[in-house]
Ligand binder design. Structure first.
Ligand SMILES: [Zn+2]
Length: 188
């Protein structure tokens, strides 16, 4: 007898007949030893709708699962994001440098797993483009942080006093980066 799906019959010392659909789409019929084939066929017929419903549900789940795997960002898209980031960081650095009365050198946009920003001894600033995917207060904090290194090349109390004088609420931005920074690598 033909059924609308493939299945496997497993005979054992059990007393009843049962049918299972596994998430990978296999259908297994469990039956008592010596169970007549006709009985198994009519049992499968009774369960057809149930099996088909589960097969399609699991199939949808598998499709959903595979579509959440994001393709890697293309070089063209990355270049576009970096250009947007450059524009934003140039403007923010100019704005905050004036308020903080500090100078800076070149601005570079990077993508480094371990760094959101940095400031060299010559005053060149690096920013991670993925920050543009974060809330704006987070970008402001990273810019102010790097510019504050123009006065204090350390993370002392004096350094954070400078940051706080510009951004009194900088701690919440710093906390956001610590707790959610990793999500910026999954956003695009
Ligand atoms: Zn720092």
């Amino acid at each position: 007898m033909k059924h609308p799906f493939d299945y496997e019959i497993i005979y054992s010392s059990r007393r009843t007949t049962a049918i299972q659909v596994s998430p990978d789409g296999r259908v297994i019929v469990r039956a008592p030893k010596h169970c007549p084939r006709g009985f198994i066929d009519s049992f499968i017929c009774q369960k057809e709708d149930w099996v088909l419903k589960h097969l399609s549900r699991f199939e949808k789940q598998r499709e959903l699962h595979s579509s959440t795997k994001r393709p890697p960002l293309s070089g063209k898209d990355r270049a576009r994001y970096m250009a947007v980031a450059r524009d934003i960081f140039m403007k923010k650095a100019a704005y905050y440098a004036r308020i903080m009365d500090v100078s800076y050198g070149r601005i570079s946009i990077r993508e480094q797993r371990t760094r959101w920003g940095s400031c060299s001894s010559k005053g060149n600033l690096n920013f991670n483009w993925r920050l543009i995917l974060a809330p704006e207060e987070v970008l402001d904090y990273v810019v102010v942080h790097e510019l504050a290194h123009r006065r204090e090349m350390n993370h002392s109390k004096a350094f954070y006093a400078i940051v706080e004088s510009v951004l009194p609420d900088y701690r919440s931005a710093r906390r956001w980066l610590r707790e959610h920074g990793h999500s910026l690598w999954e956003a695009v």
